[in-house]
Ligand binder design. Structure first.
Ligand code: TYM
Length: 326
């Protein structure tokens, strides 16, 4: 099984990124091929300060490694270090029908809000398709919000294969039911663009503050509460065992527990889950040269595969001679 996924360096990673995607990257590393990349070309559609982008890219690599991505079992690289992907984007663009992109949510949402979208945002799903098809990926671990893009990828691969030779592999999305759409502090999908994220790595003080900001209803301490209607409990489920969840749920239902206590339980669970990764990250911060070496080595491995696939695609669409039949 060939696994691939990408994540944008648009700011610090949050719980949605981890539970929706990164934990899957780590679980799937060691597959026949597992490629994970920092989608810096995609980030250019939103991050326009070069120094901020550079910093975000480095932070992304540090976060992924600290969380357990192991360069001995997975290839970690920067998207822009494999220029073949932009060539494949163009080749796919020549067969992409406009209506396919017009229905994609990132573009549709901006248009609905009356915000002018540029061609980068409009064609974003084609670059994503190229990312996936570039490495013959079978499985793409993501959160629910990316599934539409993987469907577009399949459509494009099918169209390319039917117009030319069968040369592109059709991928499947892999989404975890339990964390397909992690909620943010306001109970909506956790997303940087909604300003409702809780970062993965922050100081205990700031983390506590973010957790305290999770919206709850106005029930008093004595009131009986419904855990299933509470964002604090929904998030707690991500961090806890079935028994821990049952215990906290019964305290909600019994009354006599304020939301502050539930928030404390969530804070403790967070520290237990990410404490060790936080320490690993601090250590990695002093070894940025090693981290750069990991990215360079990853790019080399990824490029070898990308060159093989781009040759196949070039010859399929007539840019190159067909390889001699064996
Ligand atoms: P990005 O950077 O927005 O998000 C990275 C990953 O985190 C997941 N995610 C979530 N999952 C559950 N709940 C949430 N609230 C939540 N927020 C984010 C996303 O689903 C994603 O898996 N276009 C991609 C990056 C990309 C890519 C690719 C992914 C570029 N090329 C090729 C896969 C394959 C994106 O913007 O993800």
């Amino acid at each position: 099984m060939k696994v691939l996924s990408g994540i944008q360096p648009t700011g610090r990673f949050h719980w949605g990124n981890y539970f929706g995607a990164i934990q899957q990257y780590i679980a799937m590393q060691g597959s026949e091929q597992s490629y994970y990349f920092i989608a810096d070309l995609h980030a250019l559609t939103t991050v326009r300060e070069p120094d901020v982008l550079r910093q975000n890219i480095q932070d992304s690599a540090l976060d992924l490694l600290a969380l357990g991505l192991d360069p001995a079992r997975a290839t970690l690289f920067r998207q822009s270090d494999v220029p073949e992907v932009t060539e494949l984007t163009w080749l796919l663009m020549t067969i992409t029908q406009m209506h396919l992109l017009e229905k994609c949510h990132a573009f549709k949402d901006k248009k609905a809000k009356g915000i002018a979208a540029d061609a980068g945002l409009f064609t974003y799903p084609v670059l994503m398709a190229a990312d996936i098809l570039m490495y013959d990926s079978d499985v793409v671990p993501v959160g629910q919000d990316q599934v539409q893009h993987i469907e577009v990828t399949r459509d494009l691969a099918q169209r390319f294969n039917s117009l030319y030779d069968e040369c592109l592999v059709l991928p499947n999305a892999h989404v975890l039911d339990s964390s397909a759409k992690v909620v943010g502090t306001d109970g909506e999908k956790m997303s940087k663009s909604y300003g409702n994220t809780i970062p993965l790595f922050d100081t205990p003080k700031r983390l506590k503050k973010q957790i305290n900001q999770i919206k709850t209803d106005s029930k008093t301490v004595e009131d009986v509460k419904d855990p299933e209607q509470c964002a604090v409990f929904t998030l707690y489920k991500l961090f806890s065992t079935d028994e821990q969840q049952a215990e906290l749920a019964s305290r909600y239902r019994a009354g006599g527990m304020g939301y502050g206590e539930a928030k404390n339980a969530l804070y403790e669970a967070t520290m237990a889950k990410f404490g060790a990764a936080f320490e690993r990250r601090t250590d990695l911060e002093g070894r940025t040269d090693d981290v750069e070496d990991i990215l360079q080595a990853g790019a080399k491995t990824a490029r070898t595969k990308a060159r093989e696939v781009i040759e196949r695609v070039r010859s399929a669409c007539g840019l190159k001679q067909k390889p001699a039949a064996i």
